[in-house]
Design a protein around this ligand. Structure first.
Ligand code: FDP
Length: 278
């Protein structure tokens, strides 16, 4: 899989440069979810696809920006689900955004996820790769990623990142979030999944939630491109990820763009979610 991670690094360098200097405006295109695509969403997707096309071990890719899967190499063994530029609605306000990758075998189910990675384009560019462990890398002046540290979660954290539209929360979800704050947790929420989860991972724990709501009963975040890759990372870092009741990595989507409610955290916070939702 090394060559896949090298392709991710090369595309990250190109995407970072585009974020720094390109137009952050909208294109005339819509993605399959109906969101109007930014020019940078489209450009990032092309950078990644062009890099993946060179890797013969990749059989197929599916991007959050495209409705359909793209076949690459018939003899390849890996399938990759990716979100080229997550949180791109934050680009115009100069906040951190990211790219997310899940590397699968056979199909795009949680149990067939072999490895995952994400890149944060912030004041620094950081790359996190999860295989057996979760390793973080930083970009240097020569456009090389160097190993920085291993990421491990504590049993309990101090941060709370509650997503979605609050007026659409259920009564029990609202009470859980209020109780977490009453226990001294601090609010950390940027509106970009990659940064919010990176924050919790690097500070040792906490809870990120994007529940099912009255307007979006199945949540907003997409399993194949966003939720599975982070669920894998949280588990490998010593935390957990659930949809309220079930382990995220036990789920199987029926369509690549399926969404799910999701909760990522350290063990103590996930126990709390289970008690609320059971
Ligand atoms: P965005 O719409 O900017 O792409 O993937 C969707 C996402 O961002 C996540 O990055 C983020 O966590 C979430 O939406 C934020 O949604 P809310 O504004 O509903 O909290």
């Amino acid at each position: 899989m090394t060559e896949i991670f090298e392709a991710i690094k090369r595309s990250a360098v190109k995407i970072n440069e585009a974020i720094m200097y390109d137009d952050t405006g909208y294109s005339k295109e819509c993605n399959s979810t109906g969101d109007t695509q930014l020019k940078l969403d489209i450009k990032s997707d092309i950078f990644i696809e062009n890099e993946f096309k060179k890797i013969t071990s990749i059989k197929e890719i599916v991007s959050e920006e495209k409705e359909n899967k793209t076949s690459l190499h018939a003899k390849g063994e890996y399938l990759i689900g990716y979100d080229p530029l997550d949180g791109s609605s934050l680009l115009d306000v100069d906040q951190s955004v990211g790219s997310i990758f899940g590397i699968y075998k056979h199909n795009y189910s949680g149990k067939n996820l072999l490895a995952s990675a994400y890149v944060v384009y912030g004041p620094r560019v950081e790359l996190v790769i999860a295989t057996d462990k979760v390793r973080m890398y930083r970009l240097n002046r020569k456009d090389e990623f160097y190993f920085y540290k291993e990421i491990k979660l504590n049993q309990k954290g101090k941060l709370n990142a509650p997503g979605s539209t609050q007026m659409c929360w259920s009564v029990h979800h609202r009470k859980m979030i209020d109780d977490i704050f009453k226990d001294g947790y601090r609010l950390r929420y940027s509106g970009g999944m990659v940064l919010d989860l990176h924050h919790i991972l690097l500070k040792g724990g906490g809870l990120f939630s994007y529940p099912g709501t009255s307007d979006l009963p199945k949540g907003k975040l997409r399993l194949v491109f966003e939720v599975f890759p982070f669920a894998f990372i949280f588990e490998k870092a010593g935390g957990r990820s659930i949809d309220g009741k079930n382990r995220i990595l036990d789920l199987t989507p029926s369509h690549p763009h399926d969404t799910s409610p999701c909760f990522f955290g350290s063990n103590s916070e996930i126990d709390r979610v289970l008690k609320t939702y059971e």
